[in-house]
Design a protein around this ligand. Structure first.
Ligand SMILES: C[S@@+](CC[C@H](N)C(=O)[O-])C[C@H]1O[C@@H](n2cnc3c(N)ncnc32)[C@H](O)[C@@H]1O
Length: 280
């Protein structure tokens, strides 16, 4: 049973980190003219109405994107992300929030394409509708973990896979490691991004340890928390882990993270960090 609906959480502080990093990864792929392929295992619906009932009920976006929307002088590393959000809100008022597929489509060129997987029967038609008529976009109703291997390696031989589950299932931390390892075996040169929630430090230490022992090289991660890791409150923070990050991503994150933390962690209770889990 899938009960998670991203519409309650769209644009919150965790989305902002995820999508800020995602936009930098796609922007880096645009440096070369040759086509790339973007693949997503857990796509959601693509666009979220921040005035809709779900977003209004939690108001999480108010402590996320709303704080950045009007922030003065964002660093260069935040620009690809903020431009993707602005593109959905042409009149200058923040109303719609782009999910990862919309951020990706904003950065896709004519020669690029994307494949989106989504399992929820209610989210699927919304996702299909969002991209109907765009021949660069393929929407699949399938399990992202098992479905991914059929698309690897993509014919373009360049691109990015985003793995962004809802962590509803108890063994999701194990599954993401397996999915990453198997995908990496099929396509060792692809860029992979994995989003993860921080509910306590022990589960993240375990995730990091498993990835450190996986044999994969070039693994970088960035984390942003609003509360100490072990606060028994739910999601205290989140992380984005990148395998095969593009050149200079670490430097870009070095300017993005403190800016995000400055605006999102106004009580200064959390932490932000960026580290190579496994160097080259
Ligand atoms: C965190 S949300 C995705 C948000 C989206 N990536 C974004 O950033 O805008 C996770 C999504 O995965 C879907 N989902 C859950 N289990 C799945 C599975 N096994 N395969 C594919 N999608 C799944 C959920 O319905 C939900 O829409």
């Amino acid at each position: 049973m899938l009960s998670y609906r991203h519409s309650f959480h769209a644009g919150n502080f965790a989305d902002v980190l995820k999508h800020g990093v995602l936009a930098l990864l796609l922007d880096a792929l645009r440096r070369k003219e040759t086509p790339f392929c973007y693949i997503e295992t857990h796509a959601g619906v693509g666009r979220y109405d921040l005035q809709g009932a779900a977003a209004q009920k939690t108001g999480e976006w108010r402590d996320g994107i709303a704080r950045l929307w009007s922030a003065a002088e964002p660093p260069q590393a935040a620009v690809p992300y903020l431009e993707a959000v602005r593109a959905l809100n042409g009149d200058g008022k923040l109303r719609f929030y782009p999910g990862s597929p919309r951020i990706a489509r904003h950065l896709l060129r004519q020669q690029d394409r994307m494949v989106l997987m989504e399992l929820h029967p209610a989210d699927l038609p919304l996702l299909q509708q969002e991209f109907s008529g765009d021949r660069r976009v393929a929407v699949r109703h399938q399990d992202g973990h098992t479905g991914l291997k059929a698309f690897l390696p993509p014919q373009e031989k360049r691109g990015l896979v985003l793995i962004d589950p809802s962590y509803e299932v108890k063994d999701e931390f194990d599954r993401v490691v397996e999915t990453l390892q198997e995908s990496h075996r099929r396509w060792p040169t692809g860029i992979y991004a994995l989003w993860y929630p921080i509910l306590n430090r022990a589960s993240i230490d375990r995730l990091h340890r498993r990835l450190r022992d996986s044999g994969m090289r070039k693994i970088l991660y960035a984390e942003l928390s609003l509360r100490p890791d072990d606060t028994p409150f739910g999601m205290n923070g989140s992380g984005m882990l990148i395998v095969n990050p593009p050149w200079q991503l670490d430097q870009q994150l070095g300017s993005l993270l403190p800016w995000l933390a400055h605006h999102l962690d106004s009580e200064r209770r959390g932490h932000h960090a960026m580290e190579w889990l496994v160097p080259e």
